[in-house]
Structures are given as structure tokens and as C-alpha cells.
Design a protein around this ligand. Structure first.
Ligand code: 5AD
Ligand code: SF4
Length: 497
């Protein structure tokens, strides 16, 4: 290790000598189609000398984008001949797919990497890897090289398709392999995914973010906005429908910016095209930005029968000064008016949001504006966070005189208000019969089935596991804050009781 750091410091380390450090890639090509065989043909070394397959585990942190990247990487590993491991001790490759949005997610990863160190002694073939948003941070790269030298490979969010080569290099290298491109060279297409779920599937429509909210690290870790071509998206959705998938979630950091870089298509137009794909029953999308949530989009949501009545619409704060310092491009009034427009066009729509408390310098009065907005909008649910300073973002330099204890107290006050609203909203559903897409046995209680309403509420009820993948009717009996307990009222045709 001393070797590596010394070489890095002295500039003696050449890219291509096993290590590529922070290489800059121009953002030129919009789309590159990769043949899985071309990506993996030289690296189909997924078998050990004993003939046993190598086993992998990917530990995923953060958002749905990361969850989906994990499915892509699992697809690449499986094409190499790797097979999933049931537990850490059985794995020959453990990969951390990380999140950089808040500091506590980063701390957890470093804790886990430390905990896994002894496994390297027990299994000399074990390769440890770190990828995802943390890998894009220069500070993290340095920290791994200096303090966690038992990590064998680090690669960035734009280097995912290079996993087969990097992993193979790491198996044969004594030093940490580091390959992090600052920018995306292309939108990588056609990598088969090892999807976890066969009923619901994620589909990327757009990568990156151009919004530069002052607290957020995402524009730096995920790069500039790039949209996938509509024909590629449609082809993927058609294939998913043919495979029996019932629900898709269109993914992007700002889905309503979809197509801006392509010119000829908007997210509204894309939704209409996806809505026409036979076999798909539900279309979700996340995340939207209030700023460019256009009337054209609202009309498309109202018109498309498969697009569900649920919109995740992060507001972040209810105070205009804070919103301005967050560089959010919307005001409190703009947001409230948008909510009205959406509720008029889509009756019964469920709205969820993200809120940050304790932004640098947030006063009690400014926080009260957020509480008042929450009371006024009556969100179905809110994801609430204490502001976490992120390296090299503008807000990290803003003066902050609010003590952590006060920030924690604000989070608690906000949560109490929101929990009461969530419960009241759910209680209003008591006695109603709702459509539930059955996901299978509940993860927490195998005696009941779990599924979701179109409005994304989790429903638990007793029924035959054979109903998985079907849409059934459930009467809501016992609504709680997070779940709705109900009873099945009707079985779909052809399914025996
Ligand atoms: N601190 C706290 N929360 C943050 N988020 C993004 N960056 C930060 C940060 N630095 C929250 C926002 C965003 C969600 C995904 O994470 O609310 O919408
Ligand atoms: Fe971050 Fe703002 Fe982009 Fe969302 S819109 S990813 S909060 S910069």
C-alpha cells in the first residue's frame, strides 16, 4: 500500500498500469449499445480452479437508481459465470454499491468494510469492491486508498459496464484498482439485468441531474442529465411485458426533464407511448421536480389509464428564503398551486415528498413555514431528513448556527405532524375496496400477502401465495400509519380458492 500512495503522490502511477485515477471523459456520445458477449467474453472467469463458480454479494445503499444499477451489475456478473452467495462468508466478491447523499450512509459503508476485513484472511480469493456515488468523491477515493487498503477495486457510476474487466484485473493485482470517470461517455444500452422481482421492474429513462440544489451531491456523482432514446425505453418495456412484468417504474433524477437533451420528445409524450404497451398494468415514475412539472405532463397523467395516482414531488422546505438558498427554483406559492392543479386533474391522487430540516441557518420561524406547508398540503407520506453537509457542495460553506440537538428536535416535530396526517389519510380508507397488485408473502410476516394500491399504499391480507402477480380486490379493515390490513373480497377469474 505504501507503494501505491507513494507512487500516486509522486505522479509515478500511469493509467493503464492497473490503475486509472479520476480520468476525465468527454460527454460526447449519447448512446452506445453494448453486446453482453463483447463486455464479458474475455472475462468469463467466473469459475474457480476447483470448478466451483465464484460467488458474489452486492450490498446496496440509497435510492432506487442504485437498486437498479445493482441489477445491471448482477447481470454482468452472472454473464461472467458468477453466482449469488447466500452470506458474506461464502462470497468471493463483495461489492458495496454506495450512496453519498447523506453522511450517515457513508459512515455505515466504512463500518461494514472494516467489519469484513477478517474475511479476506479466511478467503484469499475474496475481492472487495466499492462503487456507486461515494466512489465519485475524491475524498472517498483518497480515504479508501489510505485507510482501507484491503479494498481491491473502486469504480464510479459511469464505469459500471467496465465491471468484468475491473474485477478480473483486481483478481490479479496486488494494489487497489481505481477507475472513476468524471463524466459519462455514453448511455450504455443492452446490458441484461438480473432483476430481483418478476412482477415489478425499474426502467431507467434518464441519468444525472442539472439542477444543482446547493445541498445535493448528486449532480457531481451522477453527472449531467442524459436521456435514453424513447425507442430503447419502449423496447425494454415491451420485453418486460412479454416476460410477464405487470408494473414498471420509470427512473430518473428529474424525470420531467426527460427528453430536454434529445429535443424531440418530452416525458409526457414518453408516458403516452409507454401507456400503449400491452401487458403492463401499472406505470410509476420517480423522481419529479416541481419546477418543470408542466401542464402537458399533468394532462398526460390524467389521460393515461396505466399511470398510477401517485406522485412523489420533493418540496424540501416550506420557506421561500430557504428554498432560494437551496437553489430550488420553486417557491412555496408555486408548489401549492401545482398541488392544486394536480389534485384537480387527478382526483384521489396520493402525494409524497422529501423534506430537509436544519438547512444551514434555518430559523424557528422558517421551520414553522415547513410545518404549515405540510399541514396545508396533507401529504400521504414524507421522507424527512436532517441536513447533512456534503463535501464541495455550495451549502457546505454556508454558516450554520443551528445546533444538532435543535435539528433533531425539528425532525421529530415534523415527523409527528406527518405521521398523524398519514394515519388520518389511511383511516379514511377504512371499509373501502381497493385494487392491490400482489407482490407475494409479506417480508415481515409470511402468514400474510403484501401488495400495493395504485396510490402506493402497502396492503397486508390473508390469501394464497398463488395470487402473486395478480391484481385483487381487498377491503380495508384496519388502517395503520404505514400499512393497511384488509381482507380479500374477490379472486380473479381462474384462480381457485
Ligand atoms: N442532506 C440531507 N438530505 C439531503 N437530500 C439530498 N441531499 C441532502 C443533504 N445534503 C435529500 C433530499 C432529496 C433526497 C433524495 O435526499 O430531500 O430529495
Ligand atoms: Fe439533488 Fe436537486 Fe438534482 Fe434532486 S434535483 S438530485 S435534490 S440536485
Amino acid at each position: 500500500m505504501e507503494n501505491l500512495i507513494t507512487k500516486l503522490r509522486e505522479g509515478r502511477l500511469q493509467p493503464g498500469a492497473g490503475i486509472v485515477f479520476g480520468t476525465h471523459r468527454p460527454n460526447t456520445a449519447v448512446r452506445t449499445s453494448f453486446d453482453i458477449d463483447a463486455l464479458t467474453k474475455d472475462y468469463q472467469v467466473g469459475t474457480k480452479a476447483s470448478g466451483e463458480p465464484y460467488r458474489y454479494i452486492i450490498k446496496t445503499y440509497g435510492c432506487q437508481m442504485n437498486e437498479h444499477d445493482t441489477e445491471t451489475m448482477a447481470g454482468l456478473l452472472q454473464a461472467m459465470g458468477y453466482r449469488p452467495a447466500k452470506e458474506d462468508a461464502e462470497a468471493d466478491f463483495i461489492l458495496f454499491n454506495t450512496c453519498a447523499v447523506r453522511e450517515n450512509a457513508e459512515d455505515k459503508v466504512f463500518g461494514e468494510i472494516g467489519r469484513l476485513r477478517p474475511l479476506k484472511t479466511r478467503n484469499p480469493e475474496l475481492v472487495l469492491g466499492l462503487c456507486g456515488c461515494m466512489a465519485q468523491e475524491k475524498g472517498v477515493q483518497k480515504m479508501v486508498l489510505e485507510k482501507f487498503p484491503w479494498v481491491d477495486v473502486v469504480f464510479g457510476t459511469h464505469n459500471i459496464h467496465r465491471l468484468p474487466q475491473l474485477l478480473t484485473n483486481a483478481r490479479h493485482s496486488q494494489e487497489t484498482i481505481l477507475e472513476v470517470w468524471d463524466k459519462a461517455a455514453e448511455t450504455v444500452e443492452d446490458i441484461p439485468k438480473a432483476r430481483k422481482d418478476h412482477i415489478r421492474a425499474w426502467v431507467n429513462v434518464q441519468y444525472g441531474c442539472n439542477k444543482f440544489c446547493t445541498y445535493c451531491i448528486v449532480p457531481y456523482t451522477r453527472g449531467a442529465e442524459r436521456s435514453r432514446l424513447p425507442e430503447d425505453i419502449l423496447q425494454e418495456v415491451q420485453q418486460l411485458a412479454a416476460d410477464g412484468v405487470k408494473e414498471i417504474t420509470l427512473l430518473g433524477q428529474n424525470v420531467n426533464d426527460y427528453g430536454v437533451d434529445l429535443g424531440s420528445v418530452t416525458f409526457a409524450k414518453l408516458l403516452r407511448q409507454v401507456n400503449d404497451v400491452d401487458g403492463i398494468e401499472r406505470i410509476r415514475f420517480t423522481t419529479s421536480n416541481p419546477w418543470n412539472f408542466t401542464d402537458e405532463l399533468i394532462q398526460a397523467l390524467a389521460d393515461c389509464d396505466k399511470v398510477v395516482e401517485h406522485i412523489h414531488l420533493p418540496v424540501q422546505s416550506g420557506n421561500n428564503q430557504i428554498l432560494k438558498r437551496m437553489n430550488r427554483s420553486h417557491t412555496r406559492e408555486f408548489y401549492l398551486e401545482l398541488v392544486n392543479k394536480i389534485r384537480t386533474a387527478i382526483p384521489g391522487v396520493s402525494l409524497t415528498t422529501d423534506i430537509i430540516v436544519g438547512f444551514p441557518g434555518e430559523t424557528e420561524e422558517q421551520f414553522l413555514d415547513t410545518l404549515r406547508l405540510v399541514e396545508e398540503v396533507q401529504f400521504d407520506n414524507a421522507f424527512t431528513f436532517i441536513y447533512s453537509p456534503r463535501e464541495n457542495t455550495p451549502a457546505a460553506k454556508f454558516p450554520d448556527d443551528v445546533p444538532l440537538s435543535e435539528k433533531k428536535a425539528r425532525l421529530q416535530r415534523l415527523n409527528e405532524v406527518q405521521y398523524a396526517i398519514s394515519l388520518a389519510k389511511n383511516q379514511a380508507l377504512a371499509g373501502q375496496v381497493v385494487d392491490v397488485l400482489v407482490e407475494g408473502e409479506s417480508k415481515t410476516n409470511p402468514d400474510v400477502l403484501a401488495g400495493r394500491t395504485r396510490t402506493n399504499k402497502l396492503v397486508l391480507f390473508q390469501g394464497d401465495v398463488g395470487l402473486t402477480g395478480q391484481t385483487v380486490s381487498v377491503r380495508i379493515e384496519q388502517p395503520k400509519t404505514w400499512t393497511l390490513m384488509g381482507t380479500l373480497v374477490e379472486r380473479p377469474e381462474g384462480v381457485l380458492a
